[in-house]
Design a protein around this ligand. Structure first.
Ligand code: C2E
Ligand code: CA
Ligand code: CA
Length: 707
């Protein structure tokens, strides 16, 4: 049964009880007025419920006394009054409006009122009911919203870029764009909204479109803010750098509803950066791009799919530093500039020139036909710079590396191989000019070097590794014909690489600094042999050990050596160290100090390969050395030169005057031995006596008479 009918069936008392309860407890303000006058606000008969008292902050008595006009905000009176008049005149049956009441403390309360005719069974002509809803909360929110809208629009209008809200689609369909759009893109927001004339994607330069999409995709997946720099083309056709900050707007289910963000013009900043980059990437002296720029370019071009051939051609000038030392820095700089200027004449769209190091130039050659074209180009380079460099006796090595699918991504490797090939070209030539392509053979050589490094590492990591071993070559006292010493010579045998000569692995060990631990292992092995000699009753026979410069210059070299000697209980005066003259280049004072300490400990020092280095004999006097080992070169000379032409004898007598012993190296023939004996040489070493041999054989050699 419908409710109304139920109510209808209630008796009057019950009905009035219900309506009374509603009146008293309703969460809405209710006023019922009975009046004879069309518009009466005061002193008319009124019923007011407690909620209305609460809303207005006033008691029934106050309300009746003050009347509606006194508690209605002055701005709302007129509308209220007009409406009421219409109602009273019967023009309308009801009206509603939002208005403000003034509370006793002077504050306003916003209300929504519905005023309607109310027919009561009484004598009064005008009966009204007024329902009052407190909407101050809603109004406060609305006000804040208006305020925030206002400040947002002020902000967006004065914003130096473009704020947007767009769909997450490939067109970046704009739902909203701020006025800054025009300044930034040259298009109005109207042009862009909902892709009316064009989409935002159309503005983005094509090379960035995929990158941008992928970046958004990545960020949205992780719900991270988006930031990206890219270029757009404006309505006027100019390129502009922009930075975009944005974020995804997600709904409750976590789906993307839209993207919002701002886009700013950063062209000025980019210009500044690129001019800084220019300074960084240009060699200011030659005006050529530097290595950094070349590297970037090669990395960039590696990504381009093309069938065109690419190569780098390097031009290395030797001895420029020497020239600086002789004629001053300015002189060599002028020369470099001259070379640069001449090389520039070979540049064209497909041949770009770089100054990668002080004395190194690189051509980046594109779209060449074949290797022959590169060869011709190398000749052209030679022809153009030869006249400048030949008078300065500067040699030039030209290296070439062709860039292919295999190496294109490893720019560092390309440049390394380029250096290797040009250095090889420079070293290989008798002439001042030469060129060399980086090829399979050089690559194999590099691979072998890497394998040797692996082997060396294995040796220094595992003390028991027996691939490193020593052989010993006797040194004969030329007067007594007795073996007085052995030189320890290191060897490596490896199943895959075969026997590796020290001439090959020592320079690699030096380059990689592995010589330091390796040197210690060699010293230990050599001293073990010395111990063996002692144990076999040969306590006057010494062992000579080759030592590298970097090994000796290490801080703890002396301590380490003395510790080993102490550990192994050998006689220091039976130990010799061989060093080359080049060691003095690095630090004469330090080395001589170390030598003095070694000498004080009884250890003998020999200068190896004497005569091939740069040091002058005059200086040798100050050196704390005992012995000079004359290089095989001067011994070989004895075979081809007449006795009176050879200077070998002079070297011997000068060395003696300086108080040094003399050992002749690489003696292979009796003729040489006779000359050396005649000129007072102290000791000889070479195949004439014996090749380097294993230790048991070495010990057996001692017994032999070498007459
Ligand atoms: P080096 O110190 O001048 O050693 C002499 C080199 O000449 C040895 O070559 C030796 O085998 C060779 N030789 C000796 N007599 C003759 C001869 O009559 N005719 C010819 N043609 N050659 C002769 P090896 O053993 O190949 O050593 C080469 C170089 O490697 C050595 O030259 C030395 O500079 C270096 N080296 C060898 N062992 C070590 C080491 O333990 N430490 C260091 N730092 N360098 C080493
Ligand atoms: Ca030696
Ligand atoms: Ca030597």
């Amino acid at each position: 049964m419908p409710k109304e009918l139920q109510i209808d069936k209630l008796d009057f008392n019950e009905r009035s009880l219900i309506s009374d309860t509603i009146f008293q407890q309703a969460p809405i303000g209710i006023a019922i007025s009975y009046s004879n006058e069309p518009v009466v606000f005061k002193n008319n008969l009124v019923r007011i419920n407690p909620e209305l008292e609460r809303i207005t902050g006033r008691t029934y008595k106050e309300l009746v006394k003050l009347g509606w006009d006194n508690i209605t905000h002055p701005d709302d009176i007129e509308e209220d009054m007009n409406n009421l008049k219409k109602l009273q005149r019967g023009e309308i049956d009801s009206y509603s409006m939002e208005k403000r009441y003034i509370k006793p403390d002077g504050s306003n309360v916003w209300v929504y009122i519905v005023v309607a005719k109310f027919n009561l069974q009484n004598d009064y002509k005008y009966n009204y009911i007024c329902l009052v809803q407190d909407i101050s909360d809603r109004k406060a929110v609305e006000k804040a919203l208006v305020e925030s809208e206002r400040s947002k629009s002020v902000l967006l209008a004065s914003f130096p870029g473009m704020a947007y809200r767009c769909n997450y689609d490939h067109e970046w369909t704009m739902q909203f764009v701020s006025d800054g759009c025009f300044e930034l893109t040259g298009y109005t927001s109207d042009n862009l909204l909902y892709n009316k004339d064009l989409s935002f994607n159309d503005l983005i330069n094509s090379e960035y479109r995929d990158l941008l999409w992928n970046e958004w995709d990545r960020k949205l997946k992780n719900k991270q803010p988006f930031k990206y720099e890219y270029e757009i083309t404006t309505a006027k056709g100019e390129r502009k750098w922009v930075i975009e900050f944005g974020q995804g707007v997600f709904n409750k289910q976590g789906d993307i509803e839209a993207l919002e963000g701002i886009i700013l013009d950063i062209t000025d900043r980019k210009n500044m950066e690129s001019s800084l980059e220019y300074i960084n990437e240009i060699d200011t002296w030659t005006g050529l791009y530097n290595r950094r720029y070349l590297e970037n370019l090669l990395v960039h071009d590696a990504k381009i799919v093309t069938t065109k051939k690419r190569a780098v051609v390097s031009i290395n000038l030797s001895a420029v530093q020497l020239l600086s030392m002789t004629y001053g820095f300015h002189y060599s700089q002028e020369l470099i500039k001259k070379v640069a200027d001449n090389l520039k004449s070979l540049c064209n769209d497909d041949r770009q020139l770089f100054n990668t190091y002080e004395n190194r130039f690189v051509f980046y050659v594109k779209a060449y036909k074949d290797k022959n074209e590169l060869v011709e180009f190398c000749w052209a380079i030679t022809k153009i710079i030869e006249p400048i460099l030949i008078i300065e006796k500067i040699s030039v090595g030209i290296g070439v590396v062709e860039i292919d699918e295999d190496n294109k991504k490893d720019v560092e490797l390309i440049l390394k191989n380029l250096l290797i090939s040009s250095e090889k070209a420079r070293r290989n030539i008798d002439k001042y000019f030469g060129f060399c392509f980086f090829d399979a053979e050089m690559e194999a050589q590099l691979l072998r070097e890497q394998n040797i490094i692996l082997e060396l590492t294995k040796i220094v990591e595992d003390e028991n590794c027996d691939s490193l071993y020593l052989q010993f070559q006797p040194i004969l006292d030329i007067k007594t014909n007795q073996i007085c010493e052995f030189e320890a010579l290191a060897r490596i045998k490896n199943d895959e690489l075969g026997p590796i000569s020290p001439l090959e692995f020592i320079p690699i060990a030096e380059k990689t600094k592995l010589i330091i631990p390796l040197g210690d292992i060699i010293i230990r092995k050599a001293l073990r042999f010395l111990k063996l000699l002692e144990e076999n009753g040969h306590d006057k026979i010494g062992v000579s050990i080759n030592v590298s410069g970097i090994q000796m210059l290490r801080n703890d070299f002396l301590k380490n050596l003395f510790d080993i000697i102490h550990d192994m209980q050998v006689n220091p005066s039976n130990i010799g160290l061989e060093i080359t003259e080049s060691i003095f280049f690095s630090n004469y004072q330090d080395i001589n100090y170390i030598l003095a300490q070694l000498k004080a400990f009884g250890i003998k020092i020999a200068i190896d390969d004497f005569g091939t280095g740069y040091s002058s004999l005059a200086r040798e006097r100050e050196l704390n050395v005992n012995c000079l080992k004359i290089d095989k070169y001067f011994i070989d000379n004895l075979l081809s030169l007449k006795s009176d032409e050879a200077i070998t004898g002079d070297i011997i007598s000068m060395a003696h005057k300086l108080g040094h012993n003399v050992v002749a190296e690489g003696v292979e023939h009796n003729k040489q031995r006779q000359y050396l004996l005649k000129h007072g040489c102290d000791k000889i070493q070479g195949y004439l006596i014996s090749k380097p041999v294993d230790e048991e054989i070495a010990i057996n050699l001692i017994k032999i008479q070498y007459i």
